[in-house]
Design a protein around this ligand. Structure first.
Ligand code: BMA
Length: 380
């Protein structure tokens, strides 16, 4: 390095210091997609800022489509029935889109889903998509764990083209999500979720870490480079009960293809004292890794089906998350009675035993629902 080069380097550093101080951001406060749209860049920055404030957005899966004992009632949501406000994060599910179905695996029509997504976005909310896609190798469900499935769909493998066609359909839907000005609606995309579990075809029992990483990276590259999609934030998602940093990161596909680190967790028994302990452990671990990587942390799915514990919200959920740096927590769907006769709902409806406590939870300063989320102008 010549003396002149050194001088320029020194001047460059001096000039960048005040800039970094003023904005409080570094380049790393940007999404991993270098071509991310303006709204997507802004959303990422705002989620990051929010998660550092100790407050977090509350989400609900399928919130606008149905609830316990109702479906497709304009403007309705079980969260709104109980609190008077909508959730701030809207989760939707893509499963069966990849096979060209008009409805997803839970019976929600994709044409309606698109409208609900537009509605949530217009209300200032955040959209996240999960994908219980069918097994590309044998056409069975996401829960079909035929060994070697992922290996058989990677580039060069026999079922690769089947997987590409699936992705083409997903891409077409993603490219149809636009706001009023024609801008793409940013989406937190969460493919191949609960990857540490053994219940999906991409799960840890039948997939090697290298295969998982290759599939994730191929998918991101295909969507970005071949399909020109730049309105996604990518969510890496394990199941809960995490044992160590290594266990969480074993299948992590890389900082250049992930924006949000997350896990899913459910309480199954009542009472279950170890749920809060396990939740707190997972929160601490994921928060610390997200901070180290300068990424956003989230709880991508949480719940206690049928919420039999009247004070679960302020007794278990709120204290576990208190003071943590998470951008959002999403509660799973209010399916009501399912086709298999199982009853499933994860937020209260009017008259449910935890209804009053959910209102207390709503009123806590750290929980943000639609009205507060809107005021944050997450896309600006
Ligand atoms: C699961 C259950 C299923 C549903 C799937 C995808 O956790 O709610 O009933 O089909 O999610 O939404």
């Amino acid at each position: 390095m010549t003396l002149k080069d050194k001088l320029f380097l020194f001047l460059g550093l001096m000039l960048s210091v005040p800039f970094l101080k003023v904005t409080g951001q570094t380049q790393a406060d940007r999404p991993c997609d270098e071509k991310a749209t303006r709204e997507t860049v802004n959303l990422y920055r705002n989620l990051k800022k929010l998660s550092g404030s100790g407050r977090y957005l509350i989400g609900h899966q399928d919130a606008l489509a149905y609830g316990v004992q109702w479906k497709y009632e304009k403007g309705r949501s079980d969260v709104k029935d109980v609190t008077g406000d909508y959730p701030a994060v809207y989760g939707w599910e893509l499963g069966h889109l990849e096979q060209g179905s008009a409805r997803n695996l839970d019976g929600v029509a994709f044409d309606k889903m698109r409208e609900f997504i537009r509605q949530g976005y217009k209300q200032g909310g955040v959209i996240t998509l999960s994908w219980h896609g069918i097994n590309p190798k044998n056409g069975k469900s996401a829960w079909d764990v035929e060994p070697g499935t992922v290996a058989s769909i990677l580039p060069g493998a026999p079922y690769h083209d089947v997987y590409r066609k699936q992705l083409d359909r997903v891409a077409t839907f993603l490219l149809s999500l636009k706001g009023d000005k024609g801008e793409y609606i940013p989406v937190l995309f969460r493919p191949f979720h609960e990857l540490t579990g053994g219940w999906f075809w991409w799960g840890a029992k039948t997939t090697t870490p290298e295969e998982y990483k290759t599939l994730f990276r191929f998918t991101v590259d295909y969507l970005q480079r071949i399909k020109g999609i730049h309105h996604l934030l990518y969510v890496y998602n394990t199941s809960g009960g995490l044992q160590s940093d290594e266990a969480f990161l074993e299948r992590y596909p890389g900082d250049d293809v992930v924006d949000i680190l997350s896990f899913d967790t459910y309480q199954f028994k009542n009472p279950q004292a170890d749920f809060a302990t396990s939740l707190k452990g997972d929160l601490a671990l994921v928060e610390q890794l997200a901070q180290r990587k300068n990424k956003v942390a989230a709880v991508a799915e949480m719940g206690f089906s049928q919420i039999p514990e009247a004070n679960w919200w302020t007794g278990t959920v709120a204290p576990s998350l208190k003071g943590r740096n998470f951008a959002y927590v999403l509660f799973w769907r209010n399916a009501g009675v399912k086709p298999d006769n199982e009853m499933e709902y994860f937020v209260p409806y009017k008259g449910q035993v935890s209804e009053k406590d959910f209102v207390r939870y709503y009123r806590l300063p750290e929980t943000l629902f639609q009205k507060e989320a809107r005021a944050l102008k997450l896309y600006k």
